[in-house]
Unconditional design. Structure first.
Length: 179
């Protein structure tokens, strides 16, 4: 329990954080959808593409986890978000890719495989790259077109997810370069 926020223990995940100007555009676009779908708008500064979800990691194992991340030699990846969508099963509105760049799948795979031997993950999982924009949303009907948002990710992030009474909040905890 975090004594300041009353949040339960942090859960960890690796992600690509969005460049601020792209986060701003997506957040603004999501703001135009929430009137139709309801739900909870993700904070602009927390928008990200998850690469690997670890769950709760004991504080004592953080140095080992950070050493694995620091030892990786993974290439920079192009990201192109060009569509909005809604998933019924988890009630999220997201921005994603019409075609997933092989480099992005390779990054998630490389990272996940590095985490397996030390038991930080129990299995490699295929990633459908997306940015969650709204949670607990109802079907929004037809979604607007998303002008393609492109950048080359030059770093990856270890992030914490805190569960609070107002839902989860996310914050980057450490960053490493992609080369
Ligand atoms: O970044 P998004 O929103 O796609 O859904 C959770 C969130 O994904 C996902 O990890 C990200 C940070 O919380 N997540 C949460 N619990 C998970 C689980 N048990 C999970 N992903 C896989 N398995």
């Amino acid at each position: 329990m975090n004594p300041e926020t009353g949040a339960s223990p942090a859960r960890l995940f690796f992600a690509l954080w969005l460049p601020p100007e792209i986060a701003q555009r997506l957040h603004r676009q999501a703001g135009g959808i929430v009137g139709k779908s309801g739900g909870r708008l993700m904070r602009e500064e927390s928008l990200h593409v998850t690469l690997a979800f670890l769950g709760e990691v004991p504080e004592a194992r953080l140095p080992e986890l950070q050493a694995i991340a620091a030892g990786l030699d993974l290439p920079r990846v192009p990201v192109r978000l060009d569509r909005l969508g809604f998933w019924k099963h988890n009630h999220i509105v997201w921005a994603g890719c019409s075609e997933t760049a092989p480099e992005l799948s390779a990054l998630a795979g490389g990272l996940q495989r590095a985490l397996l031997p030390a038991g930080f993950l129990d299995a490699e999982r295929a990633v459908t790259p997306h940015v969650t924009l709204l949670r607990k949303a109802a079907h929004p009907g037809e979604l607007p077109a998303l002008p393609a948002q492109e950048w080359t990710a030059g770093e990856f992030v270890l992030a914490r997810s805190w569960r609070t009474e107002r839902g989860s909040t996310y914050e980057p905890a450490a960053r490493w370069p992609l080369r």
